[in-house]
Design a protein around this ligand. Sequence first.
Ligand SMILES: Nc1ncnc2c1ncn2[C@@H]1O[C@H](COP(=O)(O)OP(=O)(O)OP(=O)(O)O)[C@@H](O)[C@H]1O
Ligand SMILES: [Mg+2]
Length: 357
Amino acid sequence: MDRQPGLSVRLKLTLSYAGFIMIAGVMLLAVVWVFLLRYVPEVMFGPASGPDRSDLMDAFAPKVAIMLVCLLVFGLVGGWILAGSMLAPLTRITNATRLVADGSLSHRIRLEGRKDEFRDLADDFDAMLTRLEAHDAEQQRFAANASHELRTPLAITQTLLEVARTDPNPNTAELIERLHFVNTRAIDLTEALLLLSRADQQSFTRAPVDLSLVVEEATETLLPLAEKGGITIETSGEVVVTTGSHPLLLQMVTNLVHNAIVHNSPDRGTVWVATEAHADTAVLRVENTGAIVSAQLVSTFTEPFQRGTQRVRTDHAGVGLGLAIVKSIVHAHGGTLTLAPRDGGGLSVTVQLPVAE
Ligand SMILES: Nc1ncnc2c1ncn2[C@@H]1O[C@H](COP(=O)(O)OP(=O)(O)OP(=O)(O)O)[C@@H](O)[C@H]1O
Ligand SMILES: [Mg+2]
């Protein structure tokens, strides 16, 4: 914003400080003067003798003037120093704000001393900077990972084409098959990224959605995949209605059940999907058998492009966006996502969403 130049707060404080001292001084001197007029003449200057009131005025006035000048100087100098020391923290906060505006998020004010209004402001500002810096780092990591993941299928395509070009009698059918596979993967990845940004922006229409129906829909689609891997899906639960986007909630359940299938034990695994209606929360629980995972590893699963270390099913070429998308969808619907290792191996995922009114 363009502003007209004005007086600094320090100058304004100094002037008001000196002004108040002057008013107090003048009032005090007025009291003294009234006192002199009323009582002193009778005692000091007898009715018929000695100096009269004009002499008194002549004697008093210069002293008053000197006194007022002293008070003014005292008020101005004292006020200037006092205002300066009071406003010093503000200068540091302002400098920090300018640094941030120039793009340096690593700077912290770290105002020392006991708690007061300025320290509160500085601490809140530091906390905000910490959050901003973490968010910024996360965004950068995300962009780097996304470009890396997007480059991989392109690089594979390039290699396949180069090999085919130098090959005297290339196997076109196989080449097409491979290119198709790589291309599908690139499309899936791009779609996942688009979905993630759509959920993050919360640009979707909301309507009442029955979670148990969504579960039914998702498990039906994924049943062939589960059967192929020898995995049984057990669904249970009650009708529970939340408000949100049906396609996004379907994507959320699909991602969770898909994970529960592909990250399950190699054979005879089980997936449990349940919905529960609580007082004001709709709960979706997806659990699966599988390898034992540590709580520490589980806490990293929702990070974009994070994949678990042990691959149970090597034929599943995931990009590591499934749970990041689930997390964004859950947050966009005002819910919470909890991941925990399941007793006896595998994972237990709980989604809590607000129920529709
Ligand atoms: N139900 C589960 N049981 C065990 N591990 C799981 C489960 N769900 C996720 N994981 C672990 O968390 C990691 C991240 O999951 P996420 O869904 O985000 O990515 P992904 O499944 O590897 O790839 P995709 O983007 O295709 O979903 C997985 O690689 C896996 O190691
Ligand atoms: Mg997944």
